[in-house]
Design a protein around this ligand. Structure first.
Ligand code: SAH
Length: 346
């Protein structure tokens, strides 16, 4: 008889405890297994050495541990590492380790492919196949933490949900993964070191605000003019800027955390005084900072990085209005690991 085994990491600690009670064992066995699964990131039941052989065999007949596998690793000459991650159903996502002098940041994926259609993003060319489960997101973080210790002699310090997919279209699982990442039963990382990036889905931003989450929020704005934004991010027709603005005001009201706007300056698209003025105005609504991202080419002639003087014009205008602005240099470009380049090329 072929019984379909269940994914054991879909169970909560309480459900695991209940499972053990049902088979006539003490419930603390469930706590032990839970620790093995999350805190110790066990890949097999065999590793769970504080359980009897019988219990381990019993678990093995009922459950699977759907661990991710690092299928391929590419290292950039700037130290960035791109991982092709194979999931249990053979689908692939990518996760990136980004080192600086003092920090290691993990850039993780939340979906296989993406359902949004940003014209300038390579991931948008992949069909959205499915959402990642909480454990699949968690495992990416664990894998990058290991790499950071191995290659850089330090633990992972930050996590950004800026890989493949739209995190807020996989809301429940993203939140569940962050709960595990921040809990002492998982990795015990501070939520302050986590940033979730969204293309801007007002309803979901409000939901985050209602849950009073402790992590940071980044919004891929790219234009504060509705007509322009719709052209480059067609889904934005459904989520117009006034709605986005309102949701961000709500976010700030609830969390008191400033928002980060991600913004690329393209030649002939938003390299104009009007676009700059619109951004400055938008930035007045909610305390924020602006992260100007260098455009990474995805071989589409419509999109080209604007001239440096135009980026400087943005910086000057924002600084004149006391709006903090940083410029994000591309990392890992040579291996297609930079923002917007994750497309399972390998
Ligand atoms: N879907 C979420 C998470 C992805 S984050 C979001 O849109 O925020 C990836 C970041 O890289 C986003 O800010 C996105 O707008 C940006 N990006 C996409 N394509 C890019 C490209 N070709 N060059 C530079 N940044 C890009």
């Amino acid at each position: 008889m072929d019984i379909k085994k269940k994914d054991i990491r879909a169970l909560s600690k309480e459900e695991l405890q209940a499972f053990f009670e049902r088979i006539g064992e003490r419930s603390f066995r469930g706590t032990q297994v839970y620790e093995w699964l999350w805190n110790k990131s066990a890949h097999s039941f065999e590793e769970m050495t504080n359980l009897s052989k019988e219990i381990r065999a019993h678990l093995d007949t009922h459950f699977v541990i759907n661990h991710i596998k690092v299928d391929k690793q590419q290292r950039s000459n700037d130290g960035t590492i791109k991982n092709a991650i194979k999931l249990h159903d053979n689908l692939i996502v990518e996760s990136v380790l980004i080192p600086t002098d003092t920090r290691t940041t993990a850039c993780v994926s939340s979906q296989v492919g993406c359902s949004l259609n940003c014209e300038f993003c390579a991931t948008a060319r992949l069909k959205r196949m499915r959402n990642l489960n909480p454990d699949e997101i968690y495992d990416q973080v664990v894998a990058i933490d290991k790499q950071s210790r191995l290659y850089y002699n330090r633990p992972l310090s930050n996590i950004v949900f800026m890989g493949m997919g739209e995190p807020l279209m996989n809301y429940k699982n993203v939140i569940a993964s962050i709960e595990k990442i921040t809990s002492d039963e998982g990795l015990g990382m501070s939520a302050k070191r986590i940033t979730v990036s969204t293309s801007g889905i007002p309803k979901m931003i409000k939901m985050l605000a209602d849950e009073e989450v402790r992590f940071g929020l980044a919004v891929s704005l790219h234009s504060a003019i509705q007509e322009t934004r719709e052209k480059i991010m067609p889904f934005a027709k459904q989520f117009p800027l006034p709605d986005l603005r309102e949701s961000l005001e709500y976010w700030y009201h609830k969390t008191r955390r400033r928002v980060t706007y991600e913004y690329i300056v393209w030649k002939g698209i938003n390299d104009t005084p009007e676009a700059i003025a619109a951004l400055v105005k938008f930035c007045k609504y909610v305390p924020c900072k602006v992260n100007l991202i260098e455009y990474n080419s995805i071989d589409d002639p419509r999109f080209q990085q604007a001239a440096p003087e135009m980026v400087d014009a943005y910086i000057d205008a924002l600084e004149n209005h006391q709006i903090p602005v940083t410029v994000r240099r591309s990392r890992g470009k040579d291996i297609d690991a930079a923002c917007g380049q994750l497309a399972n090329k390998s």
